[in-house]
Design a protein around this ligand. Structure first.
Ligand SMILES: [Zn+2]
Length: 256
């Protein structure tokens, strides 16, 4: 049995239905051909030029990413900007792209759920579309948790709030979701881990005895890549489909 881009799009739809994505989003098959045969898939957070090169070296026909290309409509396809170069190179190389973005954010394969797994949280549950909560075995001081999160994510983390606060329930909203802190507090969490914490939210949260951890947009979403690759490989193995799935080794910001 051989797989096609369209067939793998359906496999992804089973775990993260495209119709659950936000209306502004761009998910599913975006570049290439749905009837193209696939023997190797490269999974990445972003479809950068480095990721395209890595896919070509591997001999992959399909790239699956979290963040879509063509998120903003284009009026030309010139190689004068970064996205234009990537799009042209993908077309020249007969590469296809599928993205699972806000639809994936709502599932057990989201950046949030992946971070919860890496942190060893218990009783992990999805409380709203994008907010996951879980408990630590014993309460941990925010100042100690900052280092624990940084080690789990392999990424720098900044703690906003009282470092002496005891955290037993942590909310997680991977990516750019710091506006969810009030909802997280109302749901019983003492802290929220997200990326891209804005000053006004950090200030308001800390004045409400709530702690915000900024693990970076990349730091809180990159953990989903190996879990998504593992899911795809397992699904393909289950139907005895001879496709290899590789998590990308590219880090867009070097060795931060
Ligand atoms: Zn994101």
């Amino acid at each position: 049995m051989f797989a096609t881009v369209g067939w793998i799009e359906n496999v992804l739809n089973e775990v993260a239905p495209a119709e659950t994505a936000e209306s502004y989003d761009n998910v599913g098959a975006i570049i290439g051909r749905r009837d193209a045969e696939v023997t190797k898939i490269l999974v990445a957070l972003d479809c950068t030029l480095d990721v395209v090169r890595e896919a070509k070296e591997l001999g992959a026909e399909l790239i699956v990413t979290h963040h879509p290309l063509l998120f903003h409509p284009r009026k030309n396809l010139l190689e004068e900007d970064a996205e234009g170069r990537i799009l042209c190179e993908m077309v020249r190389s007969h590469l296809s792209l599928i993205a699972a973005h806000t639809n994936l954010d709502q599932t057990e394969l989201s950046g949030s759920a992946s971070c919860a797994r890496l942190l060893g949280l218990q009783n992990v549950r999805k409380e709203t579309n994008y907010l996951f909560l879980g408990e630590f075995e014993k309460p941990v001081k925010a100042e100690a948790l900052e280092g624990k999160i940084a080690r789990a994510l392999s990424f720098p983390v900044r703690c906003y709030g009282d470092g002496g606060s005891l955290i037993s329930t942590l909310a997680i909203a991977g990516g750019a979701d710091d506006g969810d802190w009030q909802e997280a507090k109302a749901l019983g969490a003492q802290a929220l881990l997200t990326g891209e914490v804005r000053h006004h939210n950090a200030l308001a949260a800390s004045m409400s005895d709530f702690v915000l951890f900024d693990g970076g947009h990349y730091g809180t979403e990159a953990p989903l890549v190996p879990f998504l690759a593992e899911y795809l490989q397992k699904r393909l193995n289950d139907v005895q489909c001879n496709v290899r799935v590789y998590p990308s080794q590219c880090a867009p910001f070097g060795s931060v």
